[in-house]
Write a protein that binds this ligand. Structure first.
Ligand SMILES: [Cu+2]
Length: 96
């Protein structure tokens, strides 16, 4: 009986709290055109400006951007668009 109640409360909690539905996803983008130490900062801020992004780690050496975002709020295409608009065209390298 007690377990049933706990289960019921959990289900209601899931239904009323959309935050629990949010799915974090991490992708690696291959970013082109980064040539100096300032470039990764520009790429990072362009990604952070996208509302669904919670974390962006840019590697100048590897020419990549590891991005954590909420895929309930936006798609990878928006991330690619953001870096491209900032002057650094990117494409999806891997999903994890
Ligand atoms: Cu630069």
């Amino acid at each position: 009986m007690k377990i049933k109640i706990v289960g019921f409360v959990l289900v209601i909690g899931l239904l009323v709290n959309p935050m629990l539905w949010a799915a974090q996803q991490q992708v690696t983008l291959k970013v082109e055109g980064m040539t100096c130490g300032m470039c990764p900062l520009t790429v990072k801020s362009s990604l952070k400006a996208v509302k669904c992004v919670s974390k962006a780690e840019i590697s100048l050496a590897e020419q990549t951007a590891k991005v954590r975002f909420d895929d309930a709020q936006c798609q990878v295409e928006e991330l690619i668009e953001a870096t491209t608009r900032a002057g650094y065209p990117s494409r999806l390298k891997e999903t994890s």
